[in-house]
Design a protein around this ligand. Structure first.
Ligand SMILES: [Zn+2]
Length: 201
């Protein structure tokens, strides 16, 4: 058995950090050591920020976004076009689309995609909430922005079926060649989708 080099408190910090995506045990040890060395500049403010986030974080009951208020900042922003809802799998996708700044719309976070193999059915996702939002009226367009995976596409079809009969336009992301992307590096699925979604020049 390896000899202990630190007390259990620091060991615990390392073990928890190692569970953060992108950090393994090795990076977690480096991060922990860095935090300890920067006790006042980093460890203190970080533990305070984490405590505050823990106390205040909420999931928006309307769209599924995370925020410290419910309904969230996006749902109550009247400078956004609240008549257009972009449907995403995860909050990370919402953040990515906002960083891209392409749309000024509302969102709906599903919390995953349908995956019968993993036992994820419609009731495990925030789909009913979306149907209810559309049913309340005032929504002109639903943009389904799920990943171009088999599960993502199955989910898109399911949502489209569920929205049938409601007065709303349903669109989805074009699956195309990424800006700056070289055809060589694209997988066949992307290339095929790009060809099928071709537009006139
Ligand atoms: Zn919201």
């Amino acid at each position: 058995m390896a000899k202990r080099v630190t007390g259990p408190e620091i060991e615990k910090l390392i073990q928890l950090l190692a569970k953060v995506p992108g950090l393994g045990p090795r990076s977690a040890r480096r991060a922990a050591l860095h935090l300890i060395k920067k006790k006042d500049q980093l460890l203190g403010p970080l533990s305070h920020a984490m405590g505050e986030a823990y106390d205040k974080v909420k999931v928006c009951s309307r769209c599924g976004n995370v925020d410290t208020v419910d309904p969230c900042t996006v749902c109550t922003d009247d400078r956004r076009d609240q008549g257009v809802i972009i449907v995403v799998e995860d909050v990370a996708d919402l953040w990515a689309l906002e960083r891209a700044g392409a749309m000024n719309a509302a969102y709906h976070v599903l919390g995953g995609v349908l995956s019968p193999l993993d036992g994820v059915g419609p009731d495990d996702l925030n789909i009913r909430g979306l149907i209810e939002r559309v049913g309340e009226g005032g929504i002109r367009e639903i943009i389904i922005a799920v990943n171009a995976t088999v599960e993502g596409q199955t989910t898109a079809h399911y949502i489209t079926d569920q929205l049938a009969g409601l007065e709303v336009k349903i669109t989805r992301l074009a699956h195309g060649v990424p800006v700056g992307g070289e055809l060589d590096y694209l997988d066949e699925g992307t290339l095929t989708a790009a060809l099928r979604a071709r537009t006139a020049i």
